[in-house]
Design a protein around this ligand. Structure first.
Ligand code: BGC
Length: 756
């Protein structure tokens, strides 16, 4: 075992400062005299982007498997898939000499406009957290590190280097942080990458609350925090804020600044030592896994194909799919020959091979005749001749397959989308083809929701294939011809229109700030609360078979929060072909002191079923499934009361409900203060007790003062005195009747507060 403390003690101040900034774009500083090696980090997250030249940020990387991107991975709802992907990535890292892969990317999809949503899992923190745990477990099980990113509130590309995300603490704790918290606590990533943006006024790279108080102290993160590439503004401030490793390097001025700050006494050397200790911890962990050898590229290509098929979501099918006995197929859309299988930016992989959808369809279609029409150009021009040619081919065929890829100029890392539309040419193409060929399937390649209102009705089937990775062409053929029964479900809502989306009014912000005004209500939490229709709900996805759900059972009707509760039911494949169903459990709180979303995902399971087969699905819900973050207490709390456990096939398709009663074991301190209202005093058991001696006469007197009985509308000024009083601060209420009090109202309230 390497004695890290002793190495830290032997390092000079200059060596320590230098270690905390990269030696190149992708490597850390070695300290040869003390046997400290350098480590190599690479993007991430759905393939290994191992550049040849360590000083280049963007050169062509060594060939590696390009797996489907996160939107597709999340739509599998399969933690086993994420784990297998992680293991494969680690194997490629080892072969390519990479110690840490920069992923998973785990920001929430606050708005479908975020250009980088293809790299993020979901709009739901629970689902995102579970998937990230499996990804990290897979990678790290092979002795390679993962880097959980981008921490935190990096939910848009617009001004991502500088924007200040203004997010209240409850929203952070319940929506934007749990996907990180779960991954940190359960999977223990070797590194966490801080985001570029500011959070509540402070750059994430300098944010002590985020990096030290929350990540390191509260969640127990033992690894190193690395900056996003170029996210450091002030190296000394970032060290103080908990940022251990700055990337990329070298940055001599930064290193000097750290040395000078320690000498001048403005940076405590203990802070630097702590970062050095963390970096060395990861460096030596990485060194324990020898690098080199090769990876099994064909096997990884096959895995990429399997995963891509698992993630495809059948959004619509009037029975046309799977394709059977078609002799004449019109394949339309340039993405059929030039597949759009990954997103632009730092995650861009140099694939080992690429399946061309057209060729794979030809192979799967046996002797059928396939025609090809380009349909739309590579740029944003309108080309009616391409539409006409495609429509003519579609008319002449028995079935048309339109491959539509949202182009990189509309969706990429680095910039956001301006709208949720396909290009005007693509919309015109789909409309023209479906007008002449009712048996048309639209296959989509995109990273986040698109609106379909203009053309959805005309299509017989729609398959959301996402950015499907290098083997996506084969996977599409597998699904279209029924070799694979689709089982993906949306990990994000597809809205009817951009203006319907939760962050619409608060996005993208201005004057350097974006205010998360919708708070807890993103994704289905918002559409549920508003009772708004959506194009396709969260959790939705079709199959070539059907599934029946039995009524649900619970392990206990009344349970203590610390014990949690389990819900079980039987799911049956009631159709003719084998398939997989994703069973989802949402929790609805009947009553809470603070507003809560109508329901929240707290469990899920994916089950494979042969035709006619039934399986019992049991999902355990722990204390946290019922808790919410109360800023008044500064902690997660549970409240006594009833909760519905909603078991469904999507957020909008609840098949079974059970109501359970939770008994909270928390003994919370009273948070009543001078501002607390009468309602709050009465809702607090201790408040109610100390108020008891004075509450009756006080209320009677106040009611009389307002000219009404306790619950009658006042005849004199037309209001219900009781309702009026309940939401007044107790102090204000007492001040109205101060003459009748034995002491000034302020003293009386102070006395009551002292008794709590
Ligand atoms: C991205 C990171 C990436 C890094 C290194 C940044 O611009 O935001 O996700 O890991 O570059 O390429």
């Amino acid at each position: 075992m390497t004695d890290i403390r002793s190495i830290v003690e032997q390092m000079t101040l200059e060596e320590k400062a230098a270690l905390c900034t990269g030696a190149s774009s992708w490597t850390t500083q070695a300290v040869e005299r003390l046997g400290v090696p350098s480590i190599f980090v690479s993007d991430g997250p759905h393939g290994v982007r191992r550049v040849k030249d360590v000083d280049s940020l963007s050169d062509l990387s060594l060939p590696a498997t390009c797996f489907p991107t996160a939107s597709s991975l999340a739509a599998t709802w399969d933690t086993g898939v994420l784990r297998a992907l992680g293991e494969a990535l680690a194997e490629e890292c080892i072969a390519l000499g990479v110690d840490v892969v920069l992923g998973p990317s785990n920001n929430l999809k606050r708005t479908p406009l975020c250009g980088r949503n293809f790299e993020y899992y979901s709009e739901d923190p629970f689902l995102s957290g579970e998937l990230a745990v499996s990804f990290i477990d897979g990678v790290q099980s092979r002795g390679v590190g993962a880097s959980l990113k981008h921490y935190a509130a990096n939910n848009q590309e617009f001004q991502r280097f500088s924007i200040d995300a203004e997010v209240d603490e409850r929203t952070l704790r319940e929506i934007y942080l749990p996907a990180f918290e779960t991954a940190v606590k359960r999977a223990k990533p070797w590194t966490v990458m801080c985001a570029y943006n500011k959070l509540n006024g402070t750059y994430c790279s300098e944010n002590h609350w985020l990096l030290v108080d929350t990540l390191k102290d509260e969640w127990g993160f033992e690894g190193l925090v690395v900056s996003d590439w170029g996210a450091v503004h002030d190296r000394v401030a970032s060290l103080r804020g908990g940022l251990d490793l700055e990337m990329p390097g070298p940055r001599d001025r930064r290193v000097k600044a750290v040395v000078e700050a320690v000498r001048a006494g403005t940076l405590d050397e203990a802070v630097l030592n702590e970062s050095v200790r963390r970096i060395l911890g990861v460096v030596f962990k990485a060194a324990a896994t020898p690098k080199g050898g090769t990876f099994d590229a064909p096997a990884h290509h096959a895995l990429a194909r399997k995963i891509a098929a698992e993630g495809m979501v059948l959004l619509k099918n009037n029975g046309l799919l799977p394709l059977k006995n078609r002799q004449n197929i019109a394949v339309i859309g340039r993405a059929a020959k030039e597949p759009h299988f990954q997103g632009g930016g730092s995650s861009h992989i140099n694939p080992t091979q690429v399946d061309i959808p057209f060729d794979e369809l030809q192979r799967a279609a046996g002797g059928a005749e396939l025609s090809y029409s380009e349909g739309y150009p590579a740029d944003d021009t309108l080309q009616p001749a391409l539409v006409e040619a495609a429509a003519a081919a579609a008319r002449a065929a028995e079935v048309a397959l339109i491959f539509v890829a949202l182009p990189a100029y509309k969706e990429s890392e680095g910039y956001d989308r301006a709208d949720l539309d396909l290009t005007a040419q693509q919309v015109a193409l789909i409309k023209a083809v479906t007008a002449v060929q009712p048996d048309t399937v639209v296959i989509l390649n995109n990273g986040s929701a698109v609106v379909m209102g203009e053309w959805l009705d005309g299509a017989a089937a729609v398959l959301e294939a996402w950015m499907m990775g290098q083997a996506g062409g084969g996977a599409v053929a597998d699904v279209l011809f029924g070799a694979v029964n689709p089982s993906g479900k949306l990990a994000e809502t597809f809205p009817c229109a951009l203006a319907d989306t939760p962050a619409y009014i608060n996005y993208p912000g201005g004057n350097g700030e974006v205010r998360y005004g919708e708070g807890l209500f993103i994704g289905y939490r918002y559409y549920d609360a508003k009772g708004m229709p959506v194009q396709f709900p969260f959790g939705y996805g079709g199959s070539y078979t059907s599934f029946a759900y039995s009524p649900a059972r619970v392990s206990a009707e009344t349970f203590r929060d610390v014990d949690g509760v389990s819900v079980s039911l039987e799911v049956t494949n009631s159709g003719q072909v084998a398939g997989k169903e994703v069973v989802q459990v949402y929790v609805h709180d009947h009553q809470s002191a603070l507003v809560r979303p109508p329901k929240e995902l707290k469990g899920f399971a994916k089950v494979a079923l042969a035709p006619g087969e039934s399986k019992t699905v049991t999902i355990h819900l722990d204390c946290r499934a019922f808790a919410y973050y109360h800023p008044g207490y500064g902690r997660w709390i549970t409240e006594d009361g009833q909760f519905d456990l909603l078991v469904g096939a999507s957020a909008a398709d609840i098949r079974a409900v059970q109501t359970v009663t939770l008994q909270s074991t928390l003994a919370l301190p009273s948070i009543l203060d001078r501002e607390s209202t009468l309602r709050e005093w009465l809702a607090d058991p201790r408040g109610q007790a100390v108020l008891e001696p004075i509450s009756r006469p006080m209320m009677a007197q106040m009611s009389a003062a307002f000219g009404g009985g306790e619950s009658e509308a006042s005849p004199s000024i037309g209001m219900d005195a009781m309702r009026f009083m309940m939401d007044l601060p107790l102090l204000s209420l007492l001040q109205f009747q101060e003459s009748a009090l034995p002491m000034p109202a302020e003293d009386l309230v102070a006395g009551l507060l002292a008794q709590l």
